[in-house]
Design a binder for this molecule. Structure first.
Ligand code: AMP
Length: 556
């Protein structure tokens, strides 16, 4: 046993050793076994911290707490502790290809010359990270830097490897939510489906692990809490005839080309969350006012907000700009009219509704919402649904969403119960992982971007994109990326992954130039998808499938 009952405080060193062991383990079952053997011995206050840390997270997914430090601040912190210049830190990162290994190496060099440091415990690290997150206002960057320095001063080399990766919320040991859910179920001898159920409502596996200790009934009883945003249910691409053939009658709604929101209301208090579960209430006072006035009940609504000008939906980019807005909200609000469309109800007056069939949730929704309800038809006639699809496109919407009337709301799941119907376009959502500086009048901006898809949680380079950007878009992207630079070599920069963009292409080719083994022919920028997170980008399997479908013989 790695951890003994007699010493209930887990040292951070012990946690780092567990991570090292997991990093060297590739078998899923073995990983689940390692984690499930540790959980029973952890005291109550450490269990949720351990669970989140081992997935590379710090706070519950629903929590508004964010660490708020970029890689730059981390480099400054480690440079100070190692007694070297920031540029030298970047050099070590470039050489090792990993911030964690670089920090480990730098702390090992320092260790030879210093004698004193305090042992860190798991709770110490969590407490310090919480203080970093809590630091706000003018002096916050300085305060955060001091705390980062203090943590690195007390960290041993191996601890530094995982501490820095936790700070960047990318632990790289291959432990995903699925493994942790299984480990919790095994450690508490409960059914994995109950762990899944509780997680869907609670949205924090740390808390779920605590509840699992109390037994199956406790997990079964978990209810959604107001002001703890729930992950959004997602859709799969499909066809009208296919959906009807599989399910019979389907509920059809317009697919609005805006931004997803979740609206929580209790009495006259309300909050609005984005698809990434960020609190966007302050950026959208007009939308929250509309929704607050549209019901007298305590609710959680799921919907899409669009921007309207001259009666027509405006490009999706204008909506996202509003979601990001921190200042000048009043002027923006006059320029762009935001209109919410509500299509689901997850909670009503103390009752969690996600396990009810969609048709029943819809009925309740119609009973409590006086305006801004998304129109819906239920039909098993492909012709009727096709007419609605054409109306949707003619009115400037993206297409249709077809929903299985009998299906529950499954947070975070991209299942077959929601089918999106939109015109065939060859576009991909990919992560921006690097760029080259531009040339000529664009020399002060990034010009071409390196894009990656994902494969089992790893980002794999797939293509570059350099066309399709307006000057304004390049400036906007530069402003968003400039603080995410991790390293630079000549004209090439690498970013801490986080930005997602949608690109169009003419075909997928085999290529030795990128690690994925593929490349895009004629890639062009379509739009920023900063409503999407990095784990929603295209997978390598998806790319292989697209390649196969296009005939598979377009190789270079
Ligand atoms: P996609 O982003 O292409 O995977 O499509 C799914 C997204 O469509 C959802 O996350 C919503 O933001 C959006 N959407 C627009 N209209 C609807 C609707 N009526 N029901 C559900 N999602 C919708």
């Amino acid at each position: 046993m790695l951890f003994s009952n007699r010493n209930p405080r887990m040292d951070f060193m012990e946690f780092a050793r567990i991570c090292e062991q997991l990093e060297g383990t590739s078998g899923r079952l073995e990983m689940i076994g390692i984690i499930s053997r540790i959980l029973p011995d952890l005291p109550e206050e450490e269990l949720p911290i351990f669970i989140r840390f081992v997935m590379g997270r710090i706070f519950p997914d629903w929590s508004p707490e964010k660490l708020g430090i970029g890689p730059n601040l981390l480099y400054e912190g480690i440079a100070y502790v190692a007694g070297i210049h920031r540029d030298d830190v970047v050099q070590v990162i470039n050489r090792t290809g990993d911030v964690g290994r670089a920090v480990e190496e730098l702390l090992a060099q320092k260790e030879q010359t210093s004698f004193f440091s305090e042992a860190l415990t798991l709770t110490d690290v969590y407490r310090d990270l919480s203080s970093i997150a809590a630091s706000e206002g003018k002096k916050s960057q300085r305060e955060k830097l001091l705390l980062v320095r203090r943590l690195f001063t007390n960290a041993k080399p191996l601890e530094g490897r995982y501490l820095s990766r936790i700070m960047l919320e990318d632990l790289r040991i291959g432990v995903g939510e699925g493994n942790v859910r299984e480990a919790i179920a095994r450690a508490s001898a409960v059914d994995p489906s109950l762990v899944e159920h509780a997680f869907q409502a609670e949205n924090d596996l740390g808390k779920v692990a605590l509840l699992a200790r109390e037994g199956s009934d406790r997990l079964r009883d978990v209810r959604i809490e107001l002001f703890h945003p729930v992950r959004m249910m997602l859709a799969q691409q499909g066809t009208i005839t296919g959906a009807i053939a599989d399910n019979g009658a389907m509920a059809a709604e317009y697919k609005y080309d805006g931004s997803r929101f979740q609206f929580h209301k209790k009495g006259d208090r309300c909050r609005m969350y984005s698809r990434k579960l960020e609190d966007v209430t302050a950026a959208l006072p007009d939308v929250t006012e509309i929704l607050l006035a549209a019901t007298t009940h305590d609710v959680i609504f799921d919907g899409e907000v669009i921007a309207i000008s001259g009666g027509k939906p405006m490009p999706f980019q204008s909506v996202l700009r509003r979601f990001r807005r921190k200042y000048g909200i009043d002027t923006m609000r006059e320029e762009i009219r935001m209109v919410p469309n509500v299509f689901d109800l997850l909670y009503l007056d103390g009752e969690t509704l996600i396990d009810l069939p969609f048709s029943e949730r819809r009925k309740k929704l119609e009973g409590v919402l006086s305006a801004h309800l998304a129109p819906e038809i239920v039909s098993d006639d492909p012709g009727e649904i096709d007419r609605m699809y054409r109306d949707a496109l003619a009115a400037g919407h993206e297409g249709l969403m077809l929903k299985v009337p009998g299906s529950p709301y499954t947070p975070g799941v991209r299942g077959k119960n929601w089918i999106k119907i939109k015109p065939d376009v060859d576009t991909l959502d990919l992560a921006v992982i690097g760029a080259d500086w531009g040339e000529g009048k664009r020399a002060h901006l990034f010009g071409s971007f390196l894009l990656a898809c994902q494969d089992q949680g790893e980002l794999v380079p797939l293509s570059r994109v350099a066309t399709g950007f307006s000057d304004e878009q390049l400036q906007e992207i530069f402003a968003l990326l400039k603080d995410r630079v991790i390293s630079q070599q000549g004209k090439e920069v690498r970013f801490e992954p986080g930005m997602v963009i949608e690109v169009g292409y003419s075909e997928i080719q085999k290529s030795p130039n990128y690690e994925s083994g593929f490349a895009l022919r004629f890639p062009r920028f379509i739009r920023l998808r900063d409503d999407k997170s990095i784990d929603e980008i295209e997978t390598l399997d998806g790319i292989r499938e697209r390649y196969r479908r296009q005939g598979g013989n377009h190789g270079a």
